[in-house]
Design a protein around this ligand. Structure first.
Ligand SMILES: [Zn+2]
Ligand SMILES: [Zn+2]
Length: 88
């Protein structure tokens, strides 16, 4: 029995060349990559936080600053409340 290679998860025929940075689906070529985006509703972009506007960037920076000051729990709680207003 041949050793199993990591195959394209879309066509299941060819060995994969690409791995989607977002959903980690393996694809063999650009066509399969496009297909996976439709199938899994993936945009193929790595987004650990959805950043749609500059204000979100500021929020992210603010959060990292607050995380750095993690000993101040109360302020982080306040920030989480703020975040819940901002995020959709
Ligand atoms: Zn393929
Ligand atoms: Zn993907």
């Amino acid at each position: 029995m041949p050793k199993r290679k990591l195959q394209c998860e879309i066509c299941n025929e060819k060995s994969s060349k690409y791995t989607c940075p977002k959903c980690e689906i393996r694809t063999c070529n650009i066509d399969c990559c496009k297909l996976h985006k439709v199938k899994y509703q993936c945009d193929g972009k790595y987004d650990f936080v959805k950043l749609d506007s500059r204000s979100d960037l500021d929020i992210l920076k603010l959060k990292s600053d607050l995380t750095f000051l993690s000993s101040i729990d109360r302020e982080i709680d306040d920030f989480e409340k703020l975040l819940s207003h901002v995020s959709c």
